[in-house]
Design a protein around this ligand. Structure first.
Ligand code: S3P
Length: 176
């Protein structure tokens, strides 16, 4: 398998499968992987839900951007980004240094994939019907995902392995 010439960043809605697909790709390519949510939590010593509670969303977005910068500077090659990473303009700049792939998922499939525990851990999904909220976020962010990505991969109905195959195919054709 051809080595990555640039880091690979996965973006997309909660429930798109970014974490599982990044893990799978990291194993296949034998390169370091990071999940930005886990990075932020480890750095803060707090869960994302606790961070939103204590500091609010803008502070979380700054932490998320810093985690992206640290992961890239630290040599991580496959990144699972949080669903809202594209909201930050500086983070979007950093994503331009990567092969950035949008894992597309419908709100219905994302809601199915996110069980009750996953929903409880995600402050952006609190207090609303999960599918409606995901659908709203997709409408709000669709253009940012599209503009930030070099390639998009459909994930509905596909296994983690199949999505990983599609990501590799998508970036094969992408000129450095
Ligand atoms: C968020 C997505 C989450 C996490 C936080 C906010 C969002 O990451 O960063 O709860 O705004 O879409 P995942 O996409 O990995 O669930």
């Amino acid at each position: 398998m051809r080595p990555l010439d640039r880091p690979l960043a996965l973006i997309g809605l909660m429930g798109a499968g970014k974490t599982s697909v990044a893990q799978c790709l990291g194993e296949r390519l034998a390169v370091p992987v990071a999940d930005l949510d886990a990075w932020v939590e480890a750095e803060a010593g707090l869960s994302i839900a606790e961070l939103f509670d204590a500091e609010g969303e803008p502070s979380f977005r700054r932490r998320e951007r810093r985690a992206l910068e640290q992961a890239l500077a630290g040599g991580v090659r496959v990144l699972a980004c949080g669903g809202g990473v594209v909201l930050d303009p500086i983070a979007r700049e950093r994503l331009r240094e990567c092969h950035t792939v949008w894992l597309e998922v419908s709100a219905a499939e994302a809601a199915r994939r996110l069980g009750a525990t996953d929903v409880a851990r995600r402050p952006m999904l609190q207090g609303r019907d999960t599918q409606n909220r995901l659908s709203e976020l997709l409408t709000q962010r669709g253009e940012l995902y599209r503009d930030s990505a070099d390639a998009r991969v459909v994930t509905d109905g596909a296994s983690v392995e199949q999505v990983a195959d599609r990501v590799l195919e998508a970036i094969e054709g992408h000129a450095p």
